[in-house]
Design a protein around this ligand. Structure first.
Ligand SMILES: Nc1ncnc2c1ncn2[C@@H]1O[C@H](COP(=O)(O)OP(=O)(O)O)[C@@H](O)[C@H]1O
Ligand SMILES: Cc1ncsc1CCOP(=O)(O)O
Ligand SMILES: [Mg+2]
Length: 279
């Protein structure tokens, strides 16, 4: 089986989700490395971030938020307790929420935590290709928070798509997203491969975290889950494609990618650039 564009069924055509139907308030329990990038990315696309992870404030923020992002990139015993409380609160209050599996390939503690959070039925669980392999019980070559090269081969992508589909068939209510040179999405309707983006998006920190944040923003604005995932990944990757064409050097590339977050959405034209399809 190959997964080139010619063997994939076309994606539906989407309406521009921007400007967001409301300015969704996104509560983030996220890592200390990319917290500022995540907050600004949300602002650039018209959402409102609030970084709030205290147990004592959980109820008050869940009474206000439109969606929650749980990113396990930096942990402490207290943070773990608060993350589990947030996941349970999201489940009990029917709040859209996204789990980002940062580092699960490197640390069994993180993988155990992710499995426990998954019992609270996140709308979306996302990670890079290696993290998603670990989460689904496949071997992985991930190192630290990065994906391994072997996990990006065509055979590995096909294997991962099947494992993700099996996982979602046992876990109604959760859609899975694995990001990388090719992104893999699985929900009850099938397996999707997305093909936008450029290599440099794997070379600055926070790109995966931003995709998690954008997905939460689109969910918070009322997009159906599968559409939110496909639109968030494709939009971010198109911002990167445009940046790559005009910059040299990773700091400039990062700046231009983030800058495009507030620019590309102004014209419906960006939707015509989405590449990918359903298997
Ligand atoms: N080599 C690549 N080619 C195209 N897009 C990429 C590439 N590497 C990463 N991306 C894109 O960058 C974003 C972050 O993905 P990834 O680097 O896998 O996440 P993480 O930062 O969590 O490791 C995703 O939207 C993904 O599609
Ligand atoms: C480097 C690092 N270490 C712990 S969290 C983090 C950021 C990970 O960001 P991303 O998953 O978007 O690469
Ligand atoms: Mg990541």
């Amino acid at each position: 089986m190959t997964i080139d564009l010619y063997t994939l069924k076309a994606l539906p055509t989407y309406d521009n989700p921007f400007p967001l139907a409301k300015s969704p308030l996104i509560q983030c329990l996220t890592n200390t490395v990319t917290v500022e990038s995540v907050a600004n990315a949300l602002l650039y696309v018209g959402a409102a971030p609030v970084m709030a992870d205290q147990a004592d404030e959980m109820e008050v923020f869940f009474n206000q938020n439109d969606g929650a992002l749980i990113n396990i990139g930096s942990l402490s015993p207290e943070k773990i307790r608060n993350i589990l409380l947030a996941a349970r609160t999201a489940d009990e209050t029917d709040t859209p929420f996204v789990l980002d599996l940062v580092g699960v390939s490197a640390s069994p503690l993180r993988n155990d935590l992710a499995q426990e959070i998954s019992a609270s039925t996140p709308d979306v669980i996302k990670g890079n290709l290696s993290e998603m392999r670990t989460f689904c019980g496949l071997g992985s070559t991930g190192r630290g928070v990065d994906a391994g090269a072997d996990d990006q081969s065509e055979a590995a992508l096909v294997e991962l798509g099947q494992a993700m589909q099996e996982w979602v068939s046992d876990h109604a209510g959760t859609t899975l997203l694995a990001t990388g040179p090719v992104d893999v999405v699985a929900d009850a309707s099938g397996i999707y491969y997305l093909k936008n983006g450029v290599d440099n998006l794997g070379r600055f920190t926070g790109t995966g975290d931003i995709v998690g944040a954008l997905t939460t923003a689109l969910l918070g604005a009322g997009q159906p889950v599968l559409d939110a995932v496909i639109l968030a990944v494709s939009y971010f990757n198109l911002c990167g494609e445009k940046a790559d064409a005009t910059t040299r050097g990773l700091a400039d590339f990062r700046q231009a990618t983030l800058n495009n977050l507030s620019l590309l959405l102004q014209d419906d034209e960006w939707l015509t650039g989405i590449k990918g399809g359903q298997l």
